[in-house]
Design a binder for this molecule. Structure first.
Ligand code: KIV
Ligand code: ZN
Length: 547
């Protein structure tokens, strides 16, 4: 039994499939590069046949990744496998990952096949894929609810056809650790040619057991784990990379296996995912949540001061959280700035370093001390990859408890200024209505969250919004010392994503961006604004008092 567990990352496929986590090509490429830096063994870059966009992202990722295997998912169908191969064939290490369901339920109701037919299809398609690709992985979808004897037969035959990785998914998150361990041991002991392949586990989290099931599978002999960053994925998600990896590292006594992961990249990878998708990391999230290493109770603090191991099983540094008391200020120069950014794990090219240093100087004018968290927030907003269709030019808001809030917002689009004035029950509401009026497209504000990035009164405020239209959901993030500005920036990044996602709407709107038309656009009917701007989200943290 190999003593190494391969980490197969499916953040860009199973993770991206989850509502609210869709990413554009540039975002996927950035994340893929970071996953390579993290040291995952395989990046499942997408499901090539799902759409031309998916195909393009798998192909592009395959062409930029240096030494990590790049896989594409495909059903056990010739056209899927051809498309998957077309997308990954330029990778240094390509892999086709093909699957067919094996449970009675899926066979009967979804595939309308009997067991023999599905077995033969799996055999044919693995052989077909193996003729194209040097490496083929086969997954038996819904394996954990499949008849064991039949599953063992499918595993044996697909190995005989050339699959060298056999994945056992708990597709619906139904299994328990004992069952998963039992299944892997059973396959290890029953399948005659099992030494020709490695077994893999892929666990969904519907019962909150994905990580426990993955670890049980590894203990029983699985040598590949399919995981996603922060556990994102279908429904309740997949097993989280950071939890499985730190579980194995921290309990090496139980899991004495080698991993290729550079755990110091875990924190930055989680932050990048959150930044790209504008989905905040739950503060209580194990390993990478903001509270994962903070100790509130007096007893714990006392213990920590006496000896950190009294209440801490991992060091924050081990996942890449840098502890420093060093602060930068307006007298800090470019050199000190670059040095600190490097220590925080960011390699900046000359242009980005110049741009961020300018942002830093502006911030230092408003804020006396710039901490690491400020720098991280600045870095994240300075490298946001939402399209720049509408940009904030300026805004003025008037509000108070004796008046109706009014906002005058000016946006830029293709070099032209567009302005609107709106009133609302609060300054954020009024400002959002003005944006909606300018972009001439209504949307529902599903969620609005405001939090302070750092502790002090002059803290940077971070706003995360989620909006939706008939076609989907779009998230945005904005950071500023001014919470109205942060709110507008986050709304604009979501609005820009909405426009990007719907090209026909973009076209329609660009008809209005000519100077004549820009002057003469009609406001949306007031009742439409009232209807669509229902604020259903939560406003969090103390800074909200300013809203
Ligand atoms: O959950 C699942 O069964 C899957 C397979 C397609 C691997 O994602
Ligand atoms: Zn899955």
């Amino acid at each position: 039994m190999a003593d190494r567990v391969a980490i197969f990352d499916t953040t860009l496929r199973d993770g991206e499939q989850a509502p609210g986590y869709s990413m554009n090509l540039e975002q996927k490429m950035r994340l893929a590069k970071q996953l390579e830096l993290l040291g995952v063994d395989v990046i499942e870059a997408g499901f090539a046949i799902a759409s031309p966009g998916d195909f393009e992202s798998v192909r592009s990722i395959a062409s930029v990744i240096d030494h990590t295997t790049v896989a594409s998912l495909s059903r056990a169908l010739v056209k899927d496998i051809d498309r998957a191969w077309e997308a990954v064939k330029e990778a240094r290490k390509p892999r086709i990952h093909t699957f067919i369901a094996t449970s009675d339920l899926h066979l009967k109701y979804k595939l309308k096949m009997d067991k023999q037919q599905a077995l033969e299809q799996a055999e044919r398609m693995v052989r077909y894929a193996r003729n194209l690709s040097p490496e083929v992985e086969f997954s038996a979808e819904d394996a954990m609810r499949s008849d064991r004897g039949y599953l063992a037969r499918v595993v044996e035959r697909t190995i005989a056809m050339g699959a060298t990785i056999i994945n056992i998914p708990d597709t619906v998150g139904y299994t328990t650790p004992d069952e998963m361990g039992g299944m892997i041991s059973y396959l290890m002991n029953t399948v005659p040619n099992i030494d020709k392949a490695i077994l893999s586990v892929h666990c969904h989290n519907d019962l909150g057991l994905a990580v426990a099931n993955t670890l049980a599978g590894i203990k029983a002999g699985a040598r590949q784990a399919e995981l996603t960053m922060c556990g994102i994925g279908e429904r309740a998600g997949n097993a989280a990379i950071e939890e499985v990896v730190m579980g194995m590292k921290t309990r090496k006594d139980l899991y004495p296996y080698e991993l290729n992961i550079d755990t110091k990249q875990l924190y930055n990878t989680a932050r990048l995912l959150s930044n790209i998708t504008a989905v905040p990391i739950n503060p209580s999230k194990a390993i990478v949540g903001a509270n994962a290493f903070s100790h509130e109770s007096g007893i714990h603090q006392h213990g920590m001061l006496a000896h950190s191991e009294t209440y801490e099983i991992m060091r924050p540094e081990s996942i890449g959280i840098k502890q420093t008391t060093m602060v930068l200020g307006k007298h800090s120069g470019q050199h000190a700035f670059n040095h600190r950014m490097k220590e925080l794990g960011y390699e900046l090219d000359a242009e980005l370093s110049r741009k961020l240093f300018e942002d830093f100087k502006h911030l230092a004018d408003k804020k006396k001390e710039i901490t690491d968290r400020d720098l991280i927030a600045m870095m994240e907003s300075g490298t946001q990859s939402s399209p720049q269709i509408f940009e904030l030019d300026n805004f003025v808001v008037n509000s108070g408890n004796l008046m109706t809030a009014t906002a005058c917002v000016t946006l830029m689009r293709s070099g032209k200024k567009m302005q609107a004035v709106e009133m609302g029950t609060g300054p954020v509401y009024a400002a959002f209505k003005a944006v909606e009026k300018i972009v001439r497209k209504s949307f529902v504000l599903d969620d609005y969250q405001l939090r302070a990035v750092t502790e002090h009164r002059d803290a940077l405020g971070e706003v995360l919004v989620k909006i939706s239209d008939a076609h989907g959901e779009y998230r945005g993030r904005g950071v500023s010392t001014d919470v109205i500005e942060a709110s507008l920036l986050s709304l604009l990044s979501a609005v820009n994503r909405m426009f990007e996602a719907n090209e026909s709407q973009m076209e329609q709107s660009s008809d209005h961006s000519g100077s004549e038309k820009a002057k003469s656009w009609e406001p949306l009917p007031a009742d439409a604004l009232e209807r669509d701007m229902k604020v259903t989200g939560t406003v969090k943290d103390d800074v909200s008092k300013e809203v």
